[in-house]
Design a protein around this ligand. Structure first.
Ligand SMILES: Cc1ncc(COP(=O)(O)O)c(C=O)c1O
Length: 450
């Protein structure tokens, strides 16, 4: 890119720059690298491409940077509350060994299959037309089968995040309380806070949300919504115990409340089949389930589904319509192709075995380098919730760890209000398995210094 910029700066407006072939020869790079660099400079307005003729230096357009200070006055207080999402993105974008990202790394993704499915999808006759509003029927049917509801109860969403947002905003006016089984997913907290809702913590133990506290929380707050991850909760990987499922449903029914079930990790088990979505046990229309392919397939396959029964379906579907009309049809076509292909089952088995192996490697590294830090073994999912020794400040550890070249997430962004202990969330899906031991050794150094 720098070389191309130099070529452009040494020439005058209208001059051609060397051909792609020449640049490839000069720099020893491939055609994709050259194409991407040219595209970047075309996008910046430095170059223009003319079909069949070549690439030329554009007329320089220099505009003074506008004075935008007035915006500070007009914008006023921000309603947007990233609530930790900004921290996760900052940690994801460093060069440090990645124990902070929430998405599996390329080595355990079916990227080749997705690429092939996308290529087929893009060639279908209807590919670029408007899809049915609720999504392609085949995709709705597939998700319905996975969740255990009817096809009409499902609509397609852009992963879980957009579905969580549409649901919270669609159901509750600003200022309403929302219950969160804690520790919880910062992205859901960010949605609630950005919608002006008031998150209230209902603590979990290793068997999931405590039904006694849930009943009390519904009674004292008047909340009409509970956000819950019954299966492989982010950040600690617990599963809601089977004997608690009925009490949780009964508490919501007694309060006339909805449960927003975030089933984001359905296909991220490490062995035995996980319990079915809570929606299967619900015969009163209390459970709204969201699920997604982004974790089991790839983060940019932004396709998921929401299942709900009764008038609430239309409420949330209307919010999705207002937000962005529908989900890109080629993405939906590719998703159907992928999940109904013969290779999907074997991909899920490989993914599961790989997550199990990574967790074993991580646990061995923790036993070796950080034996003082306790944790519960996650039943599935991609992260481990590590307790830090008393008196150790997690924010200091995160910064020191970054300085030593490892990115981990501070526990406070998964909590609401005060916490008695410091934690870190370690994600074992985003890092090369061969680097886990080094990452934990670096982390141990950071903990030792904090
Ligand atoms: C618990 C949980 N829910 C939802 C999401 C959002 O996932 P997506 O929008 O990619 O489906 C994430 C992503 O990290 C998550 O951890």
């Amino acid at each position: 890119m720098a070389r191309l910029r130099q070529h452009a700066s040494l020439r005058r407006f209208g001059d051609p720059i060397p051909s792609s072939r020449q640049i490839m020869g000069e720099l020893g790079v491939g055609p994709v690298t050259v194409r991407r660099a040219v595209a970047q400079l075309v996008a910046e307005g430095l170059l223009t491409t003319r079909p069949g003729l070549g690439t030329f230096v554009s007329r320089p357009t220099t505009r003074a940077a506008p004075d935008t200070d007035w915006q500070h006055v007009s914008l006023g207080a921000s309603p947007v509350e990233p609530a930790g999402l900004d921290m996760i993105i900052r940690l994801r974008d460093t060069e440090a060994l990645p124990l902070a990202s929430g998405y599996p790394e390329p080595a355990i993704r079916p990227d080749g299959r997705i690429a092939a499915a996308m290529a087929r999808a893009a060639r279908r006759p209807e590919a670029w037309s408007t899809p049915p509003q609720a999504g392609l029927p085949e995709l709705r049917a597939w998700f319905a089968k996975q969740i255990g509801v009817d096809q009409e109860d499902v609509f397609i969403t852009p992963g879980c995040q957009g579905a969580l947002s549409a649901t919270m905003r669609g159901l509750l006016p600003s200022g309403s309380p929302v219950l969160f089984a804690t520790p919880t997913y910062p992205g859901a907290l960010a949605v609630a806070r950005s919608a002006g809702l008031v998150p209230i913590a209902v603590p979990c133990d290793s068997h999931g949300i405590r039904p006694d506290l849930l009943e009390r929380a519904f009674a004292t707050t008047g909340a009409r919504l509970l956000y819950l991850q019954p299966t492989f909760s982010n950040p600690d990987g617990h599963v809601l115990a089977s004997e608690r499922r009925a009490s949780v449903l009964a508490a919501a029914a007694a309060a006339g409340a909805f449960i927003l079930e975030d089933d984001w990790a359905r296909w991220l088990g490490h062995g035995p089949t996980p319990p079915p979505p809570l929606a299967r046990d619900d015969d009163g229309g209390h459970v709204i389930t969201v699920t997604s392919l982004t974790k089991a397939a790839a983060p940019s396959l932004r396709v998921g589904a929401l299942a709900a029964r009764g008038p609430v379906w239309h409420r949330i579907a209307s919010m999705r319509l207002v937000d962005d009309f529908f989900i890109s049809r080629p993405l939906q076509e590719a998703a159907v192709d992928l999940v109904t292909s013969a290779g999907w089952g074997s991909h899920l088995r490989t993914l599961s075995a790989s997550l199990r192996h990574r967790l074993e490697v991580l646990r061995a590294a923790l036993a070796k380098h950080l034996p003082v830090c306790p944790y519960d073994i996650p039943a599935g999912g991609i992260c481990l919730w590590l307790e830090l020794p008393a008196g150790v400040d997690e924010d200091v550890v995160v910064e020191r760890a970054l300085a030593h070249g490892v990115a981990v997430t501070p526990g406070r962004i998964y909590l609401i209000g005060e916490s008695e202990r410091s934690h870190l969330r370690l994600s074992f899906a985003s890092i090369d398995v061969g680097a886990i031991d080094t990452a934990i050794r670096r982390l141990a150094r950071a903990v030792g210094e904090s």
